[in-house]
Design a protein around this ligand. Structure first.
Ligand code: NAD
Ligand code: TYD
Length: 338
């Protein structure tokens, strides 16, 4: 079985590469990644010599390279993670989000449609549904209308529609998964949880947008990997599956929990100017996926403790990241706030 994983040097894709090699040692895994600021291969050091693991450095929006790759390899599955993934970056500079997330996805779909693959699994996000209000009884289902609010979520919604269209028009066998906010090992420190852990460990101020009341539904990345595995092997062709952990927390709760676990002072919390168009609340109804047999193993308390421990044990990984180009990003992004 040949599995092409795009974005396998990033956070979720990287965890999924490990998950697949562990669970299906007989599968041949091809990790295609352009190694943008968010991709790094140090996380794959111990699998580099595995004969069933191959790395390909390529840009998904390079039509010629992608078509050639599919002509030379018969992939059975494509699991598509590669994307620009950070909302704040999309607000500052939307263009690359359209190039990678929309055009890049369309090029992969084109290549896949002529390659008689078994399935194309598109990894999307709950953010395509827009926002919910704070009524705790409302959830996103697979039937919720797409109403993306940020350039990032609009680019992901556009790619979802293309994936759907290639299924309807060309009969391409697809699934789309829409998950809530992931957390866990190798989460890039520009996102809320690893940003809070890394800054609090360095006794630096932790920026909380607005009043900190916005709500996210946190999903451990290992539970997400298991969900994708299930959809890949058992999902009904053409269907969308929501993936969420039912771990709703306000951002302020998240930051306070981490600061407490690290034994730091809440004085590190700095309320800053709100994100433009900041979605109030995300919450996922995963009933459909549960009917397929998925159950999350992590609750937030055990998941966050384990994640904090991972960041303490792997300081070298995140310290290297935050010492480079990241500093320039951080100063530019937060200079209006601090
Ligand atoms: P990430 O930013 O950590 O990783 C993205 C990876 O894609 C990087 O390795 C990067 O080098 C690669 N990439 C970017 N542009 C590329 C290009 N043009 N060609 C090839 N590779 C390219 O992202 P993530 O958090 O792991 O997210 C993976 C997927 O899951 C994305 O599609 C994202 O929209 C979706 N998602 C993420 C979350 C989350 O909480 N992180 C939640 C919902 C959905
Ligand atoms: P983030 O991790 O960027 O994920 P997403 O925007 O995809 O949900 O942000 C999670 C929440 O945390 C979101 O409501 C914005 C908020 N946030 C802060 O309050 N401060 C920060 O510095 C960042 C990066 C995010």
């Amino acid at each position: 079985m040949k599995v092409l994983i795009t974005g396998g040097a990033g956070f979720i894709g990287g965890n999924f590469v490990h998950y697949m090699l562990n669970k299906y040692p007989q599968y041949e895994i091809f990790n295609l990644d352009y190694l943008t600021y968010a991709g790094d291969l140090t996380k794959h050091k111990e699998i580099e010599k595995n004969n069933n693991y191959h790395f390909i450095k390529a840009d998904i929006s390079d039509h010629e390279v992608i078509i050639d790759l599919f002509n030379k390899n018969h992939f059975d599955y494509v699991i598509h993670f590669a994307a620009e993934s950070h909302v704040d970056r999309s607000i500052a500079d939307p263009g690359i989000f359209i190039q990678t997330n929309v055009r890049g996805t369309q090029i992969l779909l084109d290549a896949a449609k002529n390659a008689s693959i078994t399935k194309f699994v598109h990894i999307s996000t709950d953010e395509v549904y827009g926002e919910l209000d704070f009524d705790p009884d409302t959830f996103f289902t697979e039937e919720t209308h797409l109403q993306p609010n940020s350039p990032y979520s609009a680019s992901k919604a556009s790619s979802d529609l293309l994936v759907r269209a290639y299924h309807e028009t060309y009969n391409l066998p697809i699934n789309i998964t829409r998950c809530s906010n992931n957390y866990g090992p190798y989460h890039f420190p520009e996102k809320l949880i690893p940003l809070t852990i890394s800054r609090a460990l360095n006794d630096e101020k932790v920026p909380v947008y607005g009043t900190g009341e916005n709500v996210r539904d946190w999903l451990h990345v290992y539970d997400h990997c298991a969900a994708i595995d299930l959809v890949m092997h058992q999902g009904v062709i053409g269907d969308v599956y929501n993936v969420g952990g039912h771990n709703e927390r306000t951002n302020l709760d998240i930051v306070k929990t981490i600061i407490k676990e690290l034994g730091k002072s809440e004085e590190l919390i700095q309320f800053v100017q709100d994100r433009l168009g900041h979605d109030k609340r995300y919450a996922i109804d995963s009933t459909k996926l549960k009917k397929l047999g998925w159950r999350p193993e992590y609750n937030f308390e055990t998941g966050i403790s384990q994640t904090i421990k991972w960041y303490l044990d792997n300081e070298k990984w995140w310290k290297e990241i935050i010492s480079g180009e990241y500093q320039t990003y951080f100063e530019k992004q937060y200079k209006i706030h601090f």
